[in-house]
Ligand binder design. Structure first.
Ligand SMILES: [Zn+2]
Length: 492
């Protein structure tokens, strides 16, 4: 029997995948065009005779967080950890788990942040770590939600397609571990789905409903049903497409949107097929043997959002004095690291101070004196990033804490405060010419107003219209030359 397969070529990826979407359009679901590789073809021929272990396979993964040249635009650590947690949940059915091989690698490069495929190639060629799955989180990966680039062996993901309920990451890692799309062959083809499909596209057979050519068509897996839908589509409650398709024999069918490797919406997706799982596991054990390592020696973490932090230093009733302030808490079993957030208000939709620390202690500079601070932590280790933040608890700073991040001669006043006049003035005295940015935040943490103005040596005044604001407590966060301070405003 003649073996027919489409060989992936770099030129194909670089040359054929246009036109790219412009920024205003929805990203394309995926930019990967891998077909049934010779290895996968061979494996599919022996899939039912191959023995299969059920051991959990642990694979090292490297997150590269890409921002602009100015170091802005990064996805938050919390959001990346949620997405990584989802990736591990998606692969739990395959007994494949990923762990963060190293701390997140930050890359400031606007040309990578929004890139075309050639920029993505450079990004991976320049920054890949050896013997890990390299994943780059960017703003725009060549107009797609994500892609796997076989030639340079890296994955690019769009921030906007890497939310806690998205499965782009699992889809692209599926490609990394040899899986084609179930509609393989249809990428880039246009077709009137109410008409019977052709027998083949560019030499690759179109899969028939009766299963007669399942090993030579589509993705080559016989337990993934025919699927011709090469665009993002929504599913019904049972996970199937509403678009009825017609195979070359005239038989009609709908597509299975539960497969991670399909182009269905994120909410439809929940599974890899048994044969897809067998192929990914065999690919690790036969091809990607450099990834096989012992699992990290850490226990699991169980913590819920109701749990509080048990603060050891400062002890109960003792002020947190000095600058920097040191906080030490009772270690959480299984945690090797913590994300710590500290705010001068009791909400966390806006973060005043965030650090990742190894071990249960942190030093924080620049806290405001004489005030209550609220803080919470999220424990994690390199393969479990799923735990919640704890609920917040508080501590008081003493009078010897550093004054707000402010230069000598600087001052900031809000008047009147409390205010019932519909207006307040911000009066800033500075010794520098700089841009002052301010944000007005309500007590639930929602941004109400924002603005900026130029300062010069002396006193400047900025008048805010607050006539539309309901009575209550507000905060004005001021940023001046990279320094920031937070001030209360009462509206009566
Ligand atoms: Zn894909």
């Amino acid at each position: 029997m003649q073996i027919i397969y489409k060989v992936f070529a770099l030129a194909l990826l670089l040359g054929v995948l246009s036109p790219l979407n412009s920024q205003n359009q929805e990203p394309a679901p995926c930019g990967t065009r891998i077909g049934v590789s010779p290895w996968l073809r061979d494996f599919q021929n022996r899939i039912h005779s191959s023995s299969r272990t059920d051991d959990v396979l642990y694979l090292p993964l490297q997150v590269h967080m890409v921002g602009t040249d100015q170091g802005t635009g990064y996805m938050s650590t919390k959001a990346v950890f949620q997405a990584f947690c989802t990736l591990n949940e998606d692969f739990a059915q395959a007994n494949i788990q990923f762990f963060l091989a190293n701390p997140i690698n930050y890359i400031d490069n606007s040309g990578y942040y929004q890139h075309e495929f050639d920029g993505g190639y450079d990004m991976m060629a320049q920054n890949n770590f050896p013997n890990v799955i390299n994943c780059y989180i960017v703003e725009d990966p060549a107009g797609n939600c994500g892609y796997f680039f076989p030639g340079v062996d890296g994955i690019a993901l769009a921030k906007g397609c890497t939310g806690p309920n998205d499965h782009t990451w699992a889809h692209e890692v599926g490609h990394f571990l040899s899986l084609p799309h179930p509609f393989y062959g249809w990428e880039g083809e246009t077709h009137n789905y109410s008409s019977p499909a052709p027998l083949s596209w560019e030499g690759w057979q179109v899969e028939k409903v009766d299963g007669s050519n399942c090993t030579n068509a589509g993705d080559g897996f016989c337990d993934t049903a025919p699927d011709y839908l090469n665009y993002r589509w929504n599913c019904n409650a049972d996970g199937f497409s509403s678009t009825v398709q017609t195979d070359p024999n005239g038989a009609t069918f709908v597509s299975d949107g539960t497969l991670y490797m399909s182009y269905s919406n994120a909410a439809c997706k929940s599974t890899f097929s048994d044969d897809q799982i067998a192929a990914m596991r065999a690919n690790i054990e036969e091809v990607r043997t450099n990834l096989i390592t012992l699992p990290p020696a850490v226990e699991d973490i169980t913590i819920s959002a109701q749990d509080e932090i048990n603060l050891l230093v400062p002890a109960s009733g003792v002020l947190a004095e000095g600058d920097p302030v040191t906080l030490t808490w009772e270690a959480i079993p299984g945690a090797t690291h913590y994300i710590v957030q500290v705010n001068p208000f009791n909400f966390f939709s806006i973060i005043f101070e965030e650090q990742i620390v190894e071990g249960p202690s942190i030093q924080i500079s620049g806290l405001q004196p004489n005030r209550t601070h609220y803080w919470r932590i999220k424990p994690f280790n390199w393969y479990n990033t799923c735990s919640d933040f704890t609920s917040s608890s508080s501590f008081e700073t003493g009078i010897t804490t550093a004054t707000q991040e402010r230069l000598p001669g600087e001052s900031f006043q809000i008047s009147p405060n409390p205010s019932s006049t519909g207006q307040v003035s911000l009066r800033i005295q500075t010794t520098t010419n700089t841009l002052a940015n301010w944000q007005l935040i309500d007590s639930r943490g929602s941004l109400q107003q924002t603005g900026s103005f130029q300062t010069s040596t002396g006193t400047q005044e900025q008048v805010l219209d607050i006539s539309g604001l309901p009575a209550g407590l507000y905060f004005i966060q001021l940023q001046l030359d990279g320094r920031q301070s937070v001030h209360k405003l009462m509206v009566n």
